[in-house]
Write a protein that binds this ligand. Structure first.
Ligand SMILES: O=P(O)(O)OC[C@H]1O[C@](O)(CO)[C@@H](O)[C@@H]1O
Length: 547
């Protein structure tokens, strides 16, 4: 694989960078009145303003030239066609197939992928409909009131985020809870006030081999059987989502009540398929399909729009600009929507499990910094916590602000609706971050000279602003697909396989090796290293075990 940093396109950006590094957004706007209208793009219902970036038209031209040089167009085509671009696992990468319209045809490795996807969606819709209508009852004949999704990583973060995002659409009186952590506090806290007779567990695991999920599921099964007094209750209260029917059967779940998917769907790309069953039960199959249509809208945009108008390409390349040329290490994601409270956590897995790599797809070391660190909190809460650093800290933290025009409800407060105040905060923050406030402006307000420097707002801090009319199933689908494709764009430039996650394996194996050292009646003979040995001794002592 060629070294992208040796390309003339990379060099051109490196040469161009000092000019922009020495230019303030105030100057860029002053010299370019049409910038805000020009540096904006729409995709589906999403509107992106990227004018508050430290770029000129020339920067964007150079960034897109780099994308072309990296073979982004060919790679997009390869992904959508089902080529095995996940090289380390020799798999296709086809989460985009999960949202293909019913009449679309896609044959991959001899499989009619579209037909398979819709067969599962139909099975989910049938089951969800029965649960929602009360036709599907628990063992004692009562309707289901709570769905508990037991899963972790992609089998948790996606459905949990989307359920919260779309909770205003949950119209059947069925709520969902999500259990992921092997910390027993998670499961017991979620079960505490539940009626077992009206609870349905969805055990969600692509592999059905994940320690946390299987352990939680076993304890949940014991809780259910103890309460209902009969093993036979399990078949009415446990269903599974997995790619591994054998393990589902071994666990004791009837495979008729299993909803499948395929190895060409990565866990972190999977909640728009069967992993989203809890969401579908809560909001219904029609709303779920609206969400899928939203995903598909963004997929088509990504697949077909010219790079100059292509939202994921533009945002991905801007990520490269800050990460690899400005040396920024993180990106804040700041949704001005309480409903999107879990969106940053969801994005952390999507982006960092995908692009946190230090070898390229061909196994050679990477040649540039990879893997932006994603983090964030909903506005306005973040404003009263960490925005101080965003505004006046020494680090450059590019940020994505996400807002919606229409609220679900809008109480008035002092003339303005609460939602309008929320949006005013979003707009104020991006403006303050970009333009700041100079020492002269602060002094002119009569500020004592000794305090002026403390109050200076440097500005020149770049942001994306993404606006949509309303947070609906369709806009959520568009938003998630947008970030999926941003990950893809960045991964392509870095030349990495964004679809494996080998870095999580070692810790899992070591935990299984260490567990006996914590629990054995006799002091353990060895530990992986002296520090861990000392910690094991301390733990055992506090647990009352011979150290
Ligand atoms: O769905 P599974 O197979 O239980 O895996 C859960 C999560 O664990 C991981 O493999 C990481 O350990 C994620 O990629 C995945 O989303």
């Amino acid at each position: 694989m060629a070294d992208i940093t040796e390309s003339s396109e990379w060099s051109a950006l490196a040469e161009h960078h000092p000019t922009l590094a020495g230019t303030h957004l105030r100057e860029l706007f002053a010299g370019d009145p049409g910038r805000a209208d020009r540096m904006a793009v729409s995709a589906g219902d999403l509107y992106l303003d990227y004018s508050k970036h430290r770029v000129t038209d020339e920067t964007m031209r150079l960034l897109l030239a780099l994308a072309v040089r990296a073979g982004l167009r060919e790679r997009i085509d390869a992904m959508f066609a089902g080529e095995h671009i996940n090289v380390s696992e020799d798999r296709a990468v086809l989460h985009t197939a999960l949202r293909l319209p019913r009449d679309a045809r896609l044959n991959v490795d001899g499989q009619d992928v579209g037909a398979d996807v819709h067969a599962v969606l139909d099975k989910m819709a049938d089951f969800s409909g029965r649960v929602r209508s009360g036709e599907w009852t628990g063992f004692t004949g009562k309707p289901i009131r709570t769905v508990v999704n037991i899963g972790i990583g992609g089998s948790d973060l996606g459905p949990a985020m989307a359920y919260e995002a779309l909770s205003d659409y949950a119209d059947a009186g069925i709520s969902a809870r999500f259990v992921s952590n092997i910390d027993p506090a998670d499961l017991s806290g979620k079960l505490r006030d539940l009626d077992p007779e009206q609870t349905l567990f969805i055990v969600a695991s692509k592999t059905f081999g994940t320690l946390e999920t299987l352990t939680n599921a076993k304890v949940a099964r014991e809780w259910l059987v103890a309460a209902l007094g009969d093993d036979k209750a399990v078949s009415r209260h446990f269903v599974a989502v997995s790619t591994n029917a054998q393990r589902v059967a071994d666990f004791g779940i009837d495979t008729d009540n299993m909803f499948g998917f395929w190895d060409w769907v990565g866990g972190r790309y999977s909640f728009d398929g069967a992993i989203g069953l809890s969401l579908m039960i809560a909001i219904g199959a029609d709303r779920f399909r609206e969400m899928l249509a939203g995903f598909h809208t963004m997929d088509e945009h990504f697949r077909t729009a010219p790079f100059e108008q292509n939202m994921p390409v533009l945002m991905g390349m801007l990520g490269i600009w800050y990460n690899d040329f400005f040396g920024a290490q993180t990106r804040a994601v700041l949704p001005y929507s309480q409903r999107l409270a879990r969106f940053p956590a969801y994005l952390q897995q999507l982006t960092m499990e995908s692009n946190g790599k230090s070898v390229r797809a061909d196994g050679a070391p990477v040649v540039a910094q990879t893997g932006e660190i994603f983090w964030g909190e909903p506005g306005t809460n973040g404003q009263h916590a960490f925005y101080q650093l965003l505004h006046q800290g020494t680090r450059l933290v590019p940020a994505d602000f996400i807002g919606f025009a229409e609220p679900f409800e809008d109480h008035t407060a002092g003339g303005a609706g609460m939602h309008d105040l929320l949006t005013a905060n979003l707009l104020a923050q991006t403006s303050a971050l970009a333009f700041g406030k100079t020492a002269e402006e602060i002094a002119a307000e009569g500020t004592p000279a000794a305090v002026v420097s403390h109050k200076v707002m440097p500005g020149n801090r770049p942001t994306n602003t993404i606006l949509a009319p309303k947070l609906t199933p369709a806009t959520l689908g568009q938003l998630v697909a947008l970030y999926e494709h941003i990950v893809f764009v960045e991964g392509t430039i870095w030349g990495i396989d964004s679809f494996d996650q080998w870095g999580v394996e070692l810790g899992k194996v070591m935990a299984m090796d260490l567990a006996p050292a914590l629990t054995s009646p006799e002091p353990p003979a060895d530990a992986p290293d002296p520090s861990t040995a000392a910690l094991v001794r301390r733990y055992r002592e506090w647990r009352g075990r011979p150290a």
